[in-house]
Design a protein around this ligand. Structure first.
Ligand code: ZN
Length: 464
């Protein structure tokens, strides 16, 4: 039985979609004013694997993500870069989509830009004003949080705290309550603007999400996801807006939130300057390293990022790849054994059990490594038949449709010329039986991160 931890009820709950096998899922997308970092990537990798798993289980998932392409940060950055907010937002939207492609995050059904939904946003603000939940002051329309009885039901709080995203707090001394948030902001001279009954301006941040989800999903839907720092005020505001408009509760049945990616115990954030962009990360590592690194932790736990862990993750990937290659070339003539079939069946069950239990990917990854250990030992003892190997491979292929971190191509790693030259030099020394000199070169190669294995067919270079 599929179970999720629901932030709204603070409980693990059995999952039941509103319509049998159909799932409507919304996840907050990026604000396109800069490159995305690997903290953002964590959330998107988690939900990508999550959607792929749900699809594998036979659900029809509509995965919707917004793109915040109008916001104060975009206007400020565009001014700094001497470009227009529109051009800047488009540029970083492109970069974001490139990053997602590079990370094999390809399960989003629809990306919806805020600026393409101004009509829907205005309609929501209008309804909130008409129903008395919103009011207008000099610089725009605001939501009166005291008008909504259940304000705070998701986060358990109603006031801003120090750790909230400061730049997104709407400051205006004419607001009725300190926590009131902006729905429609009147634009100053030179700022982007759209015509509206409440004056020329632009949407507030929270209203774009509910306008977009109302358009695609209607008044209520199944799952809303995002990073945990969005719970307050952003997601709280979404509930407040939508439920005030629809008079239906809950707007969303299940709220899923991802934990932070931390660096030395601090959240990776642009404002703290401790971030690594996805682009920079991919210069040093394969996307597969990041996917395994993210998925071997539980999505709700914080993950601490450091180089040592990346190295370790890389080693783990190599172990998986090596196993896959060995399994692929398994040509043993031994007969299929019932015990092996049982092992494969049990592995599949354990994998599914872990994934169904609030998407426990670390447990699922552990199941894979257990299979690798047992599989290796069976192959070493020549107890794994070709059929068994084929079944293991099939299972791993299915797993990888969700995780996307196994390498299936036999493409060999490119060895730098410098290392190849040294290997040649060593070979010459060996042919001349200058063993000491050959060994010195071997040590030199080792220092550069490669080792030499001498086989019957000659020597082989491998990364350490
Ligand atoms: Zn959002």
């Amino acid at each position: 039985m599929l179970k999720f931890y629901n932030t709204l009820t603070r409980k693990k709950e059995a999952f039941k979609p509103k319509k049998s096998k159909k799932i409507n899922l919304f996840v907050c997308g990026p604000t396109t004013y800069d490159f995305s970092h690997i903290g953002h990537a964590r959330t998107y990798i988690v939900f990508d694997a999550f959607v792929k798993y749900l699809k594998q289980k036979g659900f029809n998932v509509f995965y919707l993500q917004n793109i915040t392409d109008i916001e104060d940060k975009i206007i400020i950055r565009a001014k700094e870069k001497k470009t227009t907010p529109k051009k800047l937002a488009l540029l970083f939207e492109k970069e974001y989509l490139k990053d997602m492609k590079a990370l094999k995050v390809d399960s989003v059904t629809k990306y919806a830009r805020a600026t393409n939904h101004i009509k829907e946003i205005i309609s929501q603000v209008k309804r909130l004003l008409n129903r008395g939940f919103a009011y207008q002051i000099k610089d725009g329309a605001y939501y009166d949080i005291l008008k909504f009885k259940n304000y705070g039901k998701l986060s358990g709080r109603t006031v801003l705290q120090a750790e909230d995203a400061v730049s997104r707090i709407d400051k205006n001394k004419d607001k009725r309550n300190k926590g009131d948030f902006c729905l429609w902001k009147l634009s100053k001279k030179g700022e982007p603007k759209w015509k509206s009954p409440f004056g020329d301006g632009r949407p507030g941040w929270h209203i774009e999400d509910t306008a977009i989800t109302e358009k695609f999903f209607g008044l209520q839907y199944d799952i809303h996801g995002g990073a945990r720092d969005l719970i307050f005020p952003h997601h709280e505001a979404e509930i407040t807006q939508m439920e005030a408009i629809s008079n239906k509760s809950p707007m969303v049945n299940y709220w899923l939130h991802t934990g932070f990616l931390t660096v030395k115990g601090k959240k990776m954030a642009k404002s703290l300057g401790n971030f690594i962009t996805i682009k920079d990360f991919l210069k040093d590592y394969s996307f597969r390293v990041l996917r395994l690194f993210v998925l071997k932790s539980h999505y709700r736990s914080p993950i601490n990022y450091n180089e040592k862990l990346m190295f370790q993750t890389k080693k783990e990937l190599e172990r998986i790849d090596e196993f896959v290659n060995k399994i692929k070339s398994q040509k043993s003539k031994v007969k299929s054994r019932a015990e092996n079939q049982k092992l494969i069946k049990k592995t599949k069950e354990n994998f599914e059990k872990a994934m169904d239990d609030d998407f426990n990917t670390p447990k699922a990854v552990a199941v894979i490594f257990e299979l690798i250990n047992k599989g290796n030992s069976l192959m070493n003892k020549n107890l794994l038949s070709k059929t068994n190997a084929r079944d293991i491979l099939k299972f791993l292929q299915e797993v990888d449709k969700v995780f996307c971190f196994i390498s299936w191509s036999k493409k060999k790693e490119k060895i730098p010329k410098e290392i190849l030259k040294l290997a040649d030099k060593r070979e010459k020394h060996r042919q001349q039986k200058k063993w000491k000199k050959a060994d010195e070169v071997r040590k030199e190669i080792k220092k550069l991160g490669y080792k030499i294995e001498d086989t019957e067919k000659g020597s082989k270079l491998k990364r350490i």
